[in-house]
Design a binder for this molecule. Structure first.
Ligand code: 5GP
Ligand code: MG
Ligand code: MG
Length: 196
């Protein structure tokens, strides 16, 4: 038996995410892009990246796909500001148009770090896209070129994003309900399956 997990309240559901991914992909594909390299920031963006890359295909693009695993040191759920490379991209970046994909833009440090790194390696242009943006949380100047949704200033999980390694598998973005509120129609069961 799987140990029981707290319930998760849906914030952005599967169909809203899918629709937004198509819109973002079409907006990206309307740019003049050369020799496009997609760089997904692990781990949190893996599901967004997988869906967005397929939407890019439907929009007519055929990017090369790479991954970079970055860690922003965190105390609990508060970003401390340091970024480390846990796994680097393998492909040549010089002279290429790069689309950087991340899950959430919060302080901006992760995305600034990744963008600066790719520019320093000679990328011709680095476009950035994030599924979620938390406004009012920026510690450095950074705006993503394409944002899925504006997110309230709460800790979210699902659709690739975790808390203590849990909830990445959920097909939607939600809030962990630790039992201080009544479950509602949008809550999921203890195994993460929808009970609505
Ligand atoms: P930043 O460097 O912009 O402060 O932080 C961005 C990173 O922090 C994201 O890529 C993500 O990994 C993590 N993060 C920020 N807010 C949340 C959140 O609400 N939930 C989860 N699971 N991760 C978050
Ligand atoms: Mg991240
Ligand atoms: Mg995390």
């Amino acid at each position: 038996m799987t140990p029981s997990l707290p319930r998760v309240r849906v914030l952005f559901d599967e169909s809203a995410i899918a629709q937004r991914n198509e819109e973002i992909a079409r907006a990206i594909a309307s740019q003049p892009l050369e020799n496009l390299l997609v760089v997904a920031v692990l781990k949190g963006s893996f599901m967004f990246a997988a869906d967005l890359i397929r939407a890019l295909h439907r929009a007519g693009l055929a990017p090369q796909v790479e991954f970079i695993h970055l860690s922003s040191y965190r105390a609990a759920t508060v970003s401390s500001g340091q970024v480390a490379i846990l796994r680097d991209v393998e492909s040549e970046v010089r002279g290429r148009d790069v689309l950087l994909i991340d899950d959430i833009l919060e302080s901006g440090r992760t995305l600034v770090y990744a963008k600066d790194l790719l520019m320093a390696r000679g990328a011709r242009r680095v476009l950035t896209t994030v599924l979620l943006e938390k406004p009012g949380k920026r510690a450095v100047t950074m705006d993503a070129d394409y944002v899925g949704f504006t997110c309230p200033d709460v800790f979210v999980v699902g659709y690739g994003m975790d808390v203590a390694h849990a909830f990445r598998q959920l097909p939607f973005v939600g809030l962990v309900d630790y039992g201080d509120g009544e479950p509602d129609l949008f809550d999921t069961g203890s195994d993460g399956t929808a009970i609505a």
